[in-house]
Design a binder for this molecule. Sequence first.
Ligand code: C2E
Ligand code: CA
Ligand code: CA
Length: 277
Amino acid sequence: AKRSGRNRAVAYRAEFDAEVSQRLHLLAELREALRLQQFTLVFQPLFDRAGEAVALEALVRWQHPQRGLLSPAEFIGVCEESGLIVELGRWVLQEAARHHRLLDAAGLGRLRMAVNVSAAQFGHDLASDVKAALQQCPMPAGALELEITESLIMHNFERTIELMQQLAAMGVSFAVDDFGTGHSSLAYLKRLPIDRLKIDRSFVQDLATDPDDATICASVINLAHSLHLSTVAEGVETKAQLDWLRERGCDEVQGFLLGRPQAFASLLPVLLGHGGP
Ligand code: C2E
Ligand code: CA
Ligand code: CA
């Protein structure tokens, strides 16, 4: 028994080492990817109740030389653990601002540009990164929206509130992403300059079939409205979900049914009403 316990420990140790070295390898590749500009943004539209596009969410991808186009699930975790997300996030902000300029040039400057930010960016003077991006590519006040999570908010509330107020004073708006999955308290949310709650995809997914999820979605919409916040439902994939959300007064929708994340060049003609669905 002792023997097999030891073998197990050795096997476990080998597995652990393999995983650590894999992560280190990935991190080295990611550093290189930043330097070689292998990251790219795709954009997913958000629509209002009239079906007009009102915003784009910027989502990062990694054009890996061997593995092809990688989604954030494959690399954001390592970026966050290592702090590399600060540098990647800076690049995302600059690219998002640059693309908003392209939108503006096409007569679509009214669209908001939404950017996801991680807790580590909040810890690293996000305000100066935002300021730098806006200086390079000016956007109208209110056009830049940052999507933050409940855990980020609750992680260091006093610091968060200070930074959010500073950014809000610059005209930046805020959406709480994946709302309903975290543990933020209303007492806290009320004190923050938040404009929008994004109802998490997991609740939207089954709202036509699961009464509990439908109740959650309806409650978030009502709660948001009573706090004078707007609502977005993410992950809308079916007409039934869309109809339900419209009927309950959800302000904006986003999902594969209405538009997938795609390259700016292919999205622009759709937004301009040439071609597309
Ligand atoms: P998120 O912010 O919740 O983004 C929404 C995710 O849902 C995106 O995945 C999007 O492609 C996907 N999605 C949109 N509509 C639908 C739908 O109808 N059905 C389904 N099944 N999925 C849908 P993606 O692009 O893989 O991004 C995953 C996560 O990675 C994002 O979740 C966000 O948390 C993170 N992320 C993406 N870009 C950035 C970034 O620039 N910075 C940071 N810090 N995080 C990012
Ligand atoms: Ca998001
Ligand atoms: Ca989400």
